[in-house]
Design a protein around this ligand. Structure first.
Ligand code: NFC
Length: 552
C-alpha cells in the first residue's frame, strides 16, 4: 500500500521547503514541493523610486545576496536603454563570479555532501591509506596524513563526548551510504578545509562590494567604487592585488579538491546517474557582459528542449525577444488570487490568498513559471548543458575531464547523458565552478587592462522618462536563471516581478497540471526506509533549494 511521507522542513537549505511523497513498492510515485513562507517584497517595491529597488530586492535572500541587486539594476537599465561603463561591468562580473564560487563550495561541502558521506564511518579510516588514496587523486597540499590523522582525532573527540556538534542529525549508517571509511575521512577533511576556503571568495565580494553579504556599491548606471589610485578609500592597486591572491587560492581548491571529490563521489554512486532526471527542458541565461550594451557575454546561455542539445537556441542580449516573450507564471496551485491564467511578468500579480495544503488544489507559496508554456529546469546543469551545446571550449574541457575521472574510478564509461541526474547536478555545479574560477581571473585582468588605458569611468547617470517603460534584467545566479521584470510609470515602479531560479525548480503544478522540476525529479527515486528518507534529500539537495528566493 502507498505510504505518504512529509518532510517539513527540509534542512541544510535556505528558507522553508516542505516535500511530500507517496511511496509505493520502495519508490516515490507522486511528489509535491511546497514553499511555506511568503514576505511580499514585490509589493514593497510598488510606487518607489527605481534607484532604490536593488537595495530592497537584495534583501530577498541572505545566501544569494549580490544577485538580486545586480539583476535589479540590469532590469531598470534595460527599461532606460542605458549603456554601462566597462569598469562597472567588470566589477559587477567579479562580484557575481566570486559570489557564485563561494556559493558552490558551500553547497557541495556544507549543504549536501553529508547526504553521501558518512562522517561516523570516517572514524574507522586509516589516515595513511587515506593519504595514499588522496595523492593518487590530486596534488592538493592539504591532503597530508597528518591532516587526516588530526581530523580523525577531532571526530573521535566529538563522538567521545556523545555529541556530534555540526554533524548531529545525519543519516549515519543508512544502507544507501556506500563510501569506504578512507573516502569518508577524505571528504570530511575537505568539509572542514572548505569552511576556511569559502571565506576567500567572500573577501573578494566584500572588498569590491564594500560588504558581504549584501553589497553596497551598486547603482542604476554602474557602480559607486571610486577609482583614484592616490586615495586610500578607493579601489587601490593594493586591494586589487589582494583580490588576485584570493582568486589563485580559490582556483587551487576548486580544481584540485572540489572537482576531484565530486568525480570520486560520482564514481562510488554511479547508480545515481540513473536517478533524479525530472524535467529535461533546460533554461540558462547568458552572463558576464563584456561590452557597455550587454550584447556580448563571456558565458553563453539559452534553451534546450527535451534534453536534446541539438535543439539549443541561444539567448543573445538583455533585450532578446526570445527570452522576453517566453516567460509566464501561473498561480493555479499557489496561494494567490488568480483566475486569469498564466501571466507574463510585466502583467504579473502577487495577491496572497492562503488556503491550506490541498493535494489537488493550492499547496505552495511558489508560483509556477513556464518558458513557452512548459516548466523548465534551471541551475548549474542547465548552464553546463547550454554551454556544451554552445561549444564553450572551457566548459567542454572540464566536462570531459570530470567524466574521464569518473569513468576511470568507476571502471565503466560514463557518457554526457549521465549528467541528466541527481549526481549529474553535482558534477555540473563543480564544472561550472571550475569555469568560473578561470573567468574570475580573466575578468580581473580585463579590469586591470582597462584601468591601465586610463579609463576610470564607473557610472552613467540615469534619466527617467515620463510615461510607461518596461525592462527585464537577468543573471545566471548560482541556482540558475534569475530575472527581474519592471514596469516604470513616470519614473516610479508600477509593477515589479521576480522570476527566480528556485521558483522555476520548486514550482508546484502549473496551469496545465504539469508538475515542477523537483516534483518530476523525485519520481521513481528508491527509498529504502521511509522513516529515514535520505534518498529524497539527495535529489532535493542536488538542486540547492533557496525558498527565500523562490517565494520572495
Ligand atoms: Ni536565495 Fe537565489 C536567486 C535562488 O537568484 N534561487 O541562486 C540564487 O538563492 O540562493
Amino acid at each position: 500500500m502507498a505510504k505518504r511521507i512529509t518532510i517539513d522542513p527540509i534542512t541544510r537549505i535556505e528558507g522553508h521547503l516542505r516535500i511530500d511523497c507517496e511511496i509505493d513498492g520502495g519508490k516515490v510515485k507522486k511528489a509535491w514541493a511546497s514553499g511555506q513562507m511568503w514576505r511580499g517584497v514585490e509589493q514593497i517595491l510598488l510606487g518607489r523610486d527605481p534607484r532604490d529597488a536593488w537595495s530592497i530586492t537584495q534583501r530577498i535572500c541572505g545566501v544569494c545576496t549580490t544577485v538580486h541587486a545586480i539583476t535589479s539594476v540590469r532590469a531598470i537599465e534595460n527599461a532606460l536603454d542605458m549603456e554601462i561603463p566597462l569598469n562597472a561591468q567588470y566589477i559587477r562580473n567579479l562580484i557575481l563570479t566570486a559570489h557564485a564560487i563561494h556559493d558552490h563550495i558551500v553547497h557541495f561541502y556544507h549543504l549536501s555532501a553529508l547526504d553521501w558521506v558518512d562522517v561516523t564511518s570516517a572514524l574507522k579510516a586509516d589516515p595513511v591509506k587515506t593519504a595514499q588514496l588522496a595523492e593518487g587523486l590530486s596534488s592538493w597540499t592539504g591532503n597530508s596524513r597528518h591532516e587526516f590523522a588530526k581530523v580523525k582525532e577531532r571526530l573521535t573527540g566529538f563522538v567521545g563526548t556523545g555529541q556530534l556538534g555540526i554533524f548531529t542529525n545525519g543519516y549515519w549508517g543508512h544502507p544507501a551510504m556506500k563510501l569506504p571509511p578512507e573516502v569518508n575521512l577524505l571528504a570530511t577533511t575537505h568539509y572542514l578545509q572548505a569552511l576556511e576556503v569559502q571565506r576567500k571568495a567572500s573577501k573578494i565580494v566584500a572588498v569590491l562590494g564594500s560588504k558581504s553579504p549584501h553589497i553596497q556599491n551598486i547603482a542604476v548606471g554602474g557602480v559607486s567604487n571610486p577609482i583614484d589610485f592616490d586615495s586610500q578609500s578607493s579601489l587601490t592597486m593594493e586591494r586589487l592585488l589582494a583580490v588576485k591572491g584570493w582568486i589563485d587560492e580559490l582556483a587551487d581548491f576548486v580544481k584540485n579538491v572540489y572537482l576531484v571529490d565530486v568525480a570520486a563521489i560520482g564514481a562510488y554512486y554511479a547508480d545515481w546517474t540513473a536517478i533524479g532526471k525530472g524535467v529535461t527542458e533546460y533554461l540558462a541565461v547568458p552572463d558576464l557582459p563584456l561590452d557597455t550594451k550587454g550584447t556580448q557575454f563571456a558565458l553563453p546561455g539559452g534553451y534546450i528542449k527535451d534534453g536534446d542539445l541539438a535543439t539549443f537556441k541561444a539567448i543573445k542580449s538583455f533585450g532578446d525577444a526570445f527570452f522576453r516573450d517566453g516567460v509566464e507564471e501561473s498561480v493555479k496551485h499557489a496561494w494567490y488570487k488568480g483566475g486569469k491564467g498564466a501571466l507574463h511578468p510585466f502583467k504579473g500579480e502577487t495577491d496572497p490568498d492562503y488556503t491550506d495544503f490541498q493535494d489537488n488544489g493550492k499547496y505552495s507559496w511558489v508560483k509556477s513559471p513556464t518558458f513557452y508554456g512548459k516548466p523548465a529546469q534551471v541551475g548549474p546543469l542547465a548552464r553546463v548543458l547550454a554551454m556544451v551545446a554552445a561549444e564553450h571550449a572551457p566548459t567542454v574541457k572540464y566536462v570531459n575531464q570530470t567524466l574521464d575521472t569518473v569513468s576511470s574510478l568507476a571502471k565503466t564509461k560514463v557518457p554526457v547523458a549521465a549528467l541528466h541526474s541527481t549526481i549529474g547536478r553535482h558534477a555540473a555545479r563543480a564544472v561550472s565552478c571550475a569555469v568560473q574560477v578561470d573567468l574570475l581571473a580573466q575578468q580581473w585582468q580585463m579590469l586591470i587592462d582597462n584601468l591601465a588605458k586610463g579609463d576610470h569611468k564607473t557610472f552613467n547617470r540615469p534619466t527617467f522618462p515620463k510615461g510607461e517603460v518596461t525592462g527585464v534584467g537577468f543573471h545566471e545566479a548560482p541556482r540558475g536563471a534569475l530575472s527581474h521584470w519592471v514596469v516604470l510609470k513616470d519614473g516610479k515602479i508600477s509593477n515589479y516581478q521576480c522570476v527566480v531560479p528556485t521558483t522555476w525548480n520548486a514550482a508546484p503544478r502549473n496551469e496545465n497540471e504539469a508538475i515542477g522540476p523537483y516534483e518530476a525529479s523525485l519520481l521513481d527515486t528508491p527509498v529504502a526506509d521511509p522513516e529515514r528518507p535520505l534518498e529524497v534529500l539527495r535529489t532535493v539537495h542536488s538542486f540547492d533549494p533557496c525558498l527565500a528566493c523562490a517565494v520572495h
